[in-house]
Ligand binder design. Sequence first.
Ligand code: ARG
Length: 267
Amino acid sequence: MKKYARLLAAMLAVVMMVFCFAACGAPATEPTDTETPNEPAANLNLQTEGVLVMGTNAEFPPFEYEEGGAVVGLDAEMMQEAAKRIGVTLEIKNMAFDSLPEALNAKEIDCIAAGLTVSPDREEVMAFTDGYYTAMQTIIVKKDSDITAADGLTDKKIGCQSGTTGQWTAEDYTDVANIVPFANGALAVEALINGQVDAVIIDNNPAKEYGTQYGDQVTLIENQFEAETYAVAVAKDNTALCDAINNAINDMKADGTFDKIVEKYIK
Ligand code: ARG
């Protein structure tokens, strides 16, 4: 009897060891070597082979802004990582926001990553990846303003960044003659501070940055409009590049890299 018990115990030990090897031996996920790019995907229709040229307007914190002469921010870092995963080098071209669609069309850039909102108008002239961020237009007013909600914008002078969905939103409330488009959001907010416009309409994350910068002078009015989706845009016929960027971003979402980048730039 004792002999059987000992045999049973020995067998049990072997079974447990096998189990342990199976459980502990296999890593939960494949180790990823982030330093080595993948094999470059063929036929991405890049203007220069092996180089992904991203167009942006680096005046849109925290998505893209300049720091020490370099373009940094959520979009820049997301695209650096995407390029690495696709197996190409990223080059960033900084330009006026409203010239990005033309640059894409003229093949001066391969893609746009600029906190760019997907819209039916834009879908006519470019192709979008899946969305990577949800945003909403925010109203910025001076602390003593009588505007407290979107309906208070009727017939007001509204500042915005030229060519943005903020400008399109303004058009729903006031005459085109009352809309003052600026080269960037910072200039629009300065105009607000100086009393040249009654309100600024701009995406919520840059709005928060300006809110912090001018905290004692401005108030943000949030959640007044429909949600918008940011996506990366490529030339309309470049399905291969669209898929490659999409896959890279989706992989980054799946393995947690994307969330880490978002957390780094958005508190
Ligand atoms: N989301 C808005 C749009 O697509 C504003 C984007 C502005 N981006 C920039 N990098 N300045 O129109």
